[in-house]
Design a protein around this ligand. Sequence first.
Ligand SMILES: Nc1ncnc2c1ncn2[C@@H]1O[C@H](COP(=O)(O)OP(=O)(O)OP(=O)(O)O)[C@@H](O)[C@H]1O
Ligand SMILES: [Mg+2]
Length: 722
Amino acid sequence: MKVSEIEIPEQLKEILERAGYENLYPPQIEAIRAGALKGRNIVLASPTASGKTLVAELCIIYNILKDRGKSLYLTPLRALANEKYEEFQKYKSLKKRNGENIKIAISTGDFDSADEWLGKYDIIVSTNEKVDSLLRHKATWMNEIRTIVADEIHLLTDQDRGPTLEITLTKLMELNPEAQLLALSATVSNADDIARWIDGIAITTEWRPVPLREGVYYGGEILFKDGSAKKISLNTGRESLDIALEVVHEGGQVLVFTETRKASVEYGRHAANALSTELSDSQRSKLNTIAKKIMTSGEKTRLSELLAQQIKGGAAFHHAGLTGTHRKIVEDSFKSGMIKILAATPTLASGVNTPARAVLITSYRRYDPGYGRNPISVLEYKQLSGRAGRPKYDIFGEAILIAKTYEEREHLIETYVCGEPEKVWSKLSIENVLRPHVLSTIATGFAYTEEGLYQFFSKTFHAQQYDLKSLKLKVGRILKFLFEEGMVKPIKDVLSPTKFGRRISELYIDPLSAVIIRDGLHRRPSKLTDLSLLQLISRTPDISPKLYLRGRENSRLSAYAEKHYDELIFKPTNSSYVMLIYEQDYDDFLSDLKCVAVLQDWIEEMSEDDIFERYRVEPGDLLRLTQTAEWLLYATYELARLFEHNDLLRKLAVLRARVRSGVKEELVPLVQIEGVGRIRARILYNNGFRTMADLRRASLSSLTALPTIGTAIAKKIKEHLG
Ligand SMILES: Nc1ncnc2c1ncn2[C@@H]1O[C@H](COP(=O)(O)OP(=O)(O)OP(=O)(O)O)[C@@H](O)[C@H]1O
Ligand SMILES: [Mg+2]
């Protein structure tokens, strides 16, 4: 079927043809035949890069041009939201019936806002969590949605984040019973289950734009699923590197998935060594430019130096220990073909679009701190292997698992290569993740009575897959907790959220975190300092990532606890007044304290590198930690206001600003300037530019004379001052 033959408005056809779409892909044809343009709800389960987004785009634009209402596109990640937002820009010139152009917005930030401005837009791209938070803020336009797209719907089965997606979709369907819902994924084997839930039709295809050959390597040979084999000549002493180099020599790029971060760095190093001897001058100079970009964005650290070094050789590593900025540079350079071999932990797979000629999976296990080494799921394997084969560049893609023994090879072929992804199962009944959703359902008026609450939960995917009884039991238990903690009050038969309950729901924190913060604010230690407040937030279940203790850290942190004993809100021993939820074993106490110590050093301006040396916390983790901590300090500020701890407000506000930027209090005003981070702020301050007045008096040349402050930054400083 040609694009010109679809029954869509002419102006849309023109845009699609201009964007290079001529013929529809088979899954797209199936979706249209199944009624995608007639408002049918659809679960589209179709391999990576098979064109699922275009189906969503067609429905979105079609519905908007028919004046049916706005569209909401949900993704699991900010990076994906950005990617979609960019892709949708091509529709900006389309005219609606009222003559106005289609307006597109992206919303991923600030979780304590209703963002009413979004109401003016036709297409809103967002993350699952952000939409959840918009619902909690009762954004008024939430019932004007006529197309809902849930991308990567298999996330429903994720323990941590699945329930949020599930509840968000349940609420959206409830608010917009007329809306068309499209659920997309490359890896669901039970699309029927999901289709039943959303009252739609399941479309499952195996079609790929580039065929995928899956195989397992063992003993000098790759054995493919179709029975064919390929010999690998062994030259470097590392078999998996030999496979990768062969692909590069044939003109391809390789994505290598490793079990740990460390292994990805190691692999990247060997790959760069091998590749660097084969580079042309022009390649070398382009790679040097990218390496320079790494070194000039963000703080210089041991990790960024390693990365820059590898990039110069044409390879790189990619894992969650890198900051988002560095990860983005690596992804872009891989997409543009400059980096030939990229060694990554499986975090990359759930990220943005990074196809490669070949995907190598060096270990079928993955390491998660706290959980240990575990085999990856088949669903995960399919996500990883699905990255192989770049449309328009490759005639086929290759996905290769590496086996260490003959038995392992047989096992991998059977389990992964010939396996089907596990079914997607609702994870809503995990009590910890259910708790905030029960509160928010009441706080935002999706249920007014206990019966209404059960009725709401009877519309979830969980209720579709399991018996409602066990879920009801848990919801009931949580409700009791919400009563006891004063978050919900029963007035006759009606469940009424208290001010406290409503604010917790809006602040997007776990009710348990709110209890810890509320009670902690009352239990003041004899000496209340920043450290006390940092311990308060580090104790909540919302703090993340969790920092694990390493061998010799116990004694150091015990000494730290002793030194700051008077400042601790939660003391290491279980004294009699300690309530059940405060009880924790000594290891947990110390691991919270590690978080406190890291944050404390951070706001005393310790460098990222020294923090790594001392705690083994990598820059990417540090950034995530400071972002969550900042959010929790904001929530603490708001709760302190609610409970009238007015004497703490200033302290909390300053601490939050310091945690955001990693600075002492004296630098807080300076880091408000765009382009001025903690390093530049410190340079300015130490050179006598301490206040806004100092900066106003300064000449442009006196600013540019300072290290790291070029003309562009100096101008920005002046602009900031007005
Ligand atoms: N009919 C078509 N003709 C040509 N190119 C197309 C067509 N449909 C989609 N594409 C292109 O194919 C690529 C992959 O499409 P898309 O991003 O929708 O994949 P997907 O099915 O969502 O895969 P994933 O599971 O990885 O998210 C895009 O670059 C898109 O522009
Ligand atoms: Mg997609």
